[in-house]
Design a protein around this ligand. Structure first.
Ligand SMILES: [Zn+2]
Length: 241
């Protein structure tokens, strides 16, 4: 009887050892049973707390295992969960120093990229949110946000201006013209060029209104003004002749 049991356990051990062992470098494995199980040919990791079986294996990665422990496991004690979430955060190099200038820049970048209307920054819930993260963050109103956006635009425009001045390649342009529902005409001019690293670039260099009526003369005038603005009129004409 006792020898039979020892045989059984030996067989079990062998079966488990023959399964590929997961990459144990990730701290998430502390929260799962040491051995993976094979369920219909699919390797699964078993949560130590709730017993959930999560698909695992070398090619799958540990994202779903991490998410389960960090967010979804219903049985894990909250203290253990907090400890795990803390280990997932990137270690900070040296003491953290709040750089309000950098923070403002990043906020403006986000605001422009996701097209946040300026008045959203005047919402009464915005300041408490910012203060909860950084008490020294001074409140920013929509006027300041607007000014920051404009100065970022001017900085980027100056950078593009000097890039267009220094490149050796010919610059090509495409333009689009349309009329708004208030009968205002707009022109959008895009420059296409190859930069010094031989990368094809496409930049909008103007988005402005055009005098009505939109005759070829009006369009030519708008286009010329835009090329003069960037100091590339000569350059372009020179290359085209
Ligand atoms: Zn669980």
């Amino acid at each position: 009887m006792s020898s039979h049991r020892s045989d059984d356990s030996t067989t079990n051990d062998n079966t488990e050892n023959s399964l590929p062992s997961p990459n144990r470098r990730s701290p998430v494995w502390e929260y799962y049973e040491p051995k993976l199980i094979d369920e219909d040919g699919v390797l699964k990791a078993v949560c130590k707390y709730c017993g959930s079986k999560m698909t695992a294996g070398r090619k799958i990665g540990t994202t779903s295992l991490r998410n389960h422990i960090a967010e979804y496991c219903s049985k894990i004690p909250s203290e253990v969960r907090k400890k795990f979430v803390a280990t997932m955060k990137k270690p900070i190099e040296g003491p953290f120093v709040f750089d309000s200038q950098k923070s403002r820049e990043l906020m403006i970048t986000w605001c422009i990229r996701v097209k946040v209307p300026f008045n959203k920054f005047d919402d009464e819930s915005f300041e408490p949110w910012m203060e909860s993260m950084q008490p020294t963050f001074s409140s920013i109103g929509r006027q300041t946000i607007r000014n920051d956006c404009v100065s970022m635009f001017e900085r980027m425009k100056r950078a593009l201006h000097s890039e267009l001045q220094t490149i050796n390649s010919r610059i090509c342009f495409t333009s689009d013209l349309w009329t708004s529902n208030q009968k205002l005409g707009y022109i959008c001019v895009t420059a296409h060029y190859i930069d010094t690293d031989f990368v094809l670039k496409k930049k909008i260099i103007a988005f402005k209104d055009v005098k009505y009526p939109h005759t070829s003369v009006a369009i030519e005038e708008a286009l010329t003004k835009c090329l003069m603005d960037y100091g590339i009129k000569e350059k372009n004409l020179h290359h085209n002749t």
